[in-house]
Write a protein that binds this ligand. Structure first.
Ligand code: ZN
Length: 277
């Protein structure tokens, strides 16, 4: 039996603009449409940032709410994950939409340098966000941009601020953060097994590393993340036509690795989330 892989699609992100690739969805209606196409191509989880009218990274709960409502209506069972990421958002606003109770939200468990700034996640801020997620019954996706974040997450589990089993994402290839090297990927998997043995995991490769990391995950039993947030190209010399095209590339290659795309119901069961359909 082929082992199911949860395909996450990170549709928009905080940085890519339409001028970089016209397929980047920016308005809620574009985001819903792009998510729907990705859902039909095999994605079971959508990672969402919202944008202000000038395309800068947004915090408006109303925008998050509109995207969530559209996804729930058009993509039955798909897991909705909100980003609590920084990039121009005030710390106090980063969790301001969690009352909308998405299935999941991202939780970076430490600070790190990004291409042009510091992604600040001080310990008290991380604990505050984790508590808010517990309060609203939102499952965190722990974002590991650098090594210490893995052990910080294990510390949160010990303190009862993160439910066990957690879901962890290794983010590789962000300039100034953790590079996309196979030796690091293998080390992270081994360490995860020791410090959070029950955790589920996924890895994201940023930019030209996306497809390489997707294949590592398929090979080693992890879940996969793709999408225009992380990478704008389907081939080194060709822009992706849509988020769906990136998802389809994973779906089309699953069988080679003894995998198949998880249905939303399977993905919910793997992550311990309530079923909705
Ligand atoms: Zn994101």
């Amino acid at each position: 039996m082929a082992q199911p892989v949860i395909i996450t699609v990170a549709i928009t992100g905080a940085v890519p603009k339409k001028k970089d690739n016209p397929a980047v969805p920016v308005t809620p209606s574009e985001q819903i449409e792009s998510t729907h196409q990705a859902f039909e191509a095999g994605a079971a989880l959508v990672h969402i940032h919202v944008r202000n009218p000038d395309e800068s990274s947004g915090s408006d709960p109303e925008l998050f709410g509109r995207v969530q409502e559209g996804v729930r209506k058009h993509c039955p069972g798909m897991i909705v994950q909100f980003s609590t990421g920084g990039r121009g958002r005030e710390p106090a606003k980063r969790g301001a939409m969690l009352y909308l109770k998405p299935d999941m939200a991202s939780l970076a468990t430490g600070s790190v340098n990004f291409p042009a700034n510091v992604y600040e996640n001080p310990p008290d801020f991380v604990e505050g966000l984790a508590k808010t997620m517990l309060e609203y019954d939102v499952k965190p996706e722990v974002e590991v941009f650098d090594l210490a974040m893995l052990y910080n997450a294990a510390g949160l589990v010990k303190k009862g601020l993160l439910k066990d089993p957690p879901h962890v994402q290794f983010v590789m290839g962000v300039p100034n953060a953790m590079p996309a090297r196979r030796s690091i990927f293998d080390f992270l998997r081994k360490e995860l097994k020791e410090v959070m043995p029950r955790a589920t995991w996924v890895a994201a490769g940023v930019g030209r590393h996306q497809w390489e990391v997707n294949q590592w995950c398929l090979e080693t039993g992890g879940h996969c993340r793709t999408g225009l947030e992380d990478n704008l190209r389907i081939e080194p010399d060709r822009l992706a036509a849509s988020n769906a095209e990136l998802v389809k590339k994973i779906a089309d290659n699953c069988a080679r690795f003894g995998r198949r795309p998880a249905t939303p119901a399977e993905a919910r069961s793997i992550l311990g989330l309530r079923q909705t359909v």
